[in-house]
Design a protein around this ligand. Sequence first.
Ligand code: TA6
Length: 296
Amino acid sequence: MNDTFASYPSAGTSVSFQTGQGGLPMLAVWTPASVAHIYLHGAQVTHFQRRGEQPLLFVSAQSQFAEGKAIRGGIPVILPWFGAREGKPSHGFARLHAWQLSEIRTLPGDQVRLVLRLPECPEAAEWPQFEAQCAVTVGDRLAMELSVSNTDPARTLDLQTCLHTYFAVGGITQVEVRGLKDVGYLDALENLAPKTQTEDPMRFAEEVDRLYVNTPHAVEITDHAWHRVIRVEKEQSLSTVVWNPWIAKSQRMPDFSDDEYLRMICVESGNMSPNALTVAPGAQATLRVRLSTRPA
Ligand code: TA6
């Protein structure tokens, strides 16, 4: 395994601006326990790796890194809507623009917290005025907080948010997902037909695209190939999506290699569809996710 920590001092933290893929500005964050990469583009975390472990996040080798295009992997920040909309970009417009870095702070325990703010976007003109910020905390684990404030004087903000995380795994056929037993979901492969989860653990042998609803619970991904359990904890989120494109959909995605479905699983946390939010003027919606790992 390529250990990127080989040349890094084992004390203190560091943040540096670097030129990332596609020439996009990227923040490299180093702590004694981990390294992370955060693109201003979409405020997107594309890399997090604990010392001595495999990377936590997956990014497609075919991903685009360009203004106006979504990065295929890491943790896409989805707002103000989730999913497809006629004549509009899938999963909203926030991930298509460069966010502005507004704060870097060190926290106890050799952690670093970075705050990025969504800039003015032309697509937001037709929406109630709102502000969005994303706080990323890097340490022994990775945490993200997405806050959206309705700053409109009068209009209510109908909002869907999601942290659409792509996790790296050693082999999808050796992955199990737990935490969704008996939870209701909408099956995107059957026109959002409502169903209830029976499998526990959930295993993967075909395309899966499920929006679980009314579930505030943590989910765990057991990766038997890499002998690791990834724990996905969340706050103020009632929707969880589990997605693997499998073969046919992988072949249809130009920014995704045909065999990359073998090395990733999306477990996404947000508030979508029946759990969409109605944010009154002056109110704020905050979604938090904490990602940690332990040996399996
Ligand atoms: O979250 C699952 C999903 O909605 C899938 O249906 C698939 O489309 C995936 O998101 C990726 O969407 P994107 O717009 O990033 O290609």
